[in-house]
Design a protein around this ligand. Structure first.
Ligand SMILES: C[S@@+](CC[C@H](N)C(=O)[O-])C[C@H]1O[C@@H](n2cnc3c(N)ncnc32)[C@H](O)[C@@H]1O
Length: 199
């Protein structure tokens, strides 16, 4: 799984990022500017914490990153990251975002992933299900004008998902960051300017 010759693995290690996938978010950010200084960012499927580290650097001390995962996430050195260990479908997440956070959510990012079976259709549909769950959270909590990024796998039902989210954002694009491994079916959907309209 970990190839020590992989340049992103090496870079992540050198820079103290917890996952090579940090570079995927960095590249998405470079191209699409999805996160701004001072933003509140909800990071779904955050363990071990690579994306949260990158988001935390971008939002700075006036922003907050809420790192959500069903697995435990080790404590961060940075003070602007809140860790929530929970299943993202649990009521506790709704409760936290609607009652305890007391700030608007500017960006939802999702690198949620389950176990892959190697069966292309099945894996792609399961990934789309996670992307749909992430979109539900985004459409419930994003402020108008907010942004959303989610991981998907290329597959027969991807278009259907894109139709589902179409009217909710002014800008939607799918993109494979250079840090995504060549053999992977993964890509990311980048959505900007939430319209506030339900699908
Ligand atoms: C590819 S990893 C995320 C890596 C992370 N972006 C990083 O840079 O460190 C995907 C994560 O999604 C989490 N996940 C999958 N389904 C979940 C769910 N229903 N609720 C919460 N977390 C979930 C997994 O536990 C796993 O840690």
């Amino acid at each position: 799984m970990f190839d020590r010759r992989d340049p992103y693995y090496k870079k992540a290690k050198e820079k103290g990022y917890r996952a090579r996938s940090s570079y995927k978010l960095k590249q998405i950010q470079e191209k699409f500017k999805v996160i701004s200084r001072g933003d509140v960012v909800v990071d779904l499927g955050a363990a071990p914490g690579g994306w949260s580290q990158v988001a935390s650097e971008i939002v700075g001390p006036t922003g907050i990153v809420i790192a959500v995962d069903k697995l435990p996430i080790r404590e961060f050195q940075r003070e602007n990251i809140v860790r929530l260990q929970l299943n993202m479908q649990s009521k506790r997440l709704l409760q936290y975002l609607s009652d305890e956070l007391q700030r608007d959510v500017d960006v939802v990012i999702s690198d949620l992933a389950g176990n892959v079976t190697g069966q292309w259709h099945l894996d792609s549909d399961r990934q789309l299900h996670l992307a749909s769950l992430a979109f539900n959270t985004a459409s419930t909590f994003l402020r108008q004008g907010g942004n959303f990024v989610t991981k998907v796998f290329r597959g027969p039902n991807l278009e259907e998902f894109e139709k589902e989210i179409e009217g909710s954002f002014e800008f939607i694009k799918h993109w494979r960051p250079p840090a995504t491994r060549k053999a992977s079916a993964e890509e990311f959907i980048i959505c900007k300017n939430y319209t506030g309209e339900d699908p």
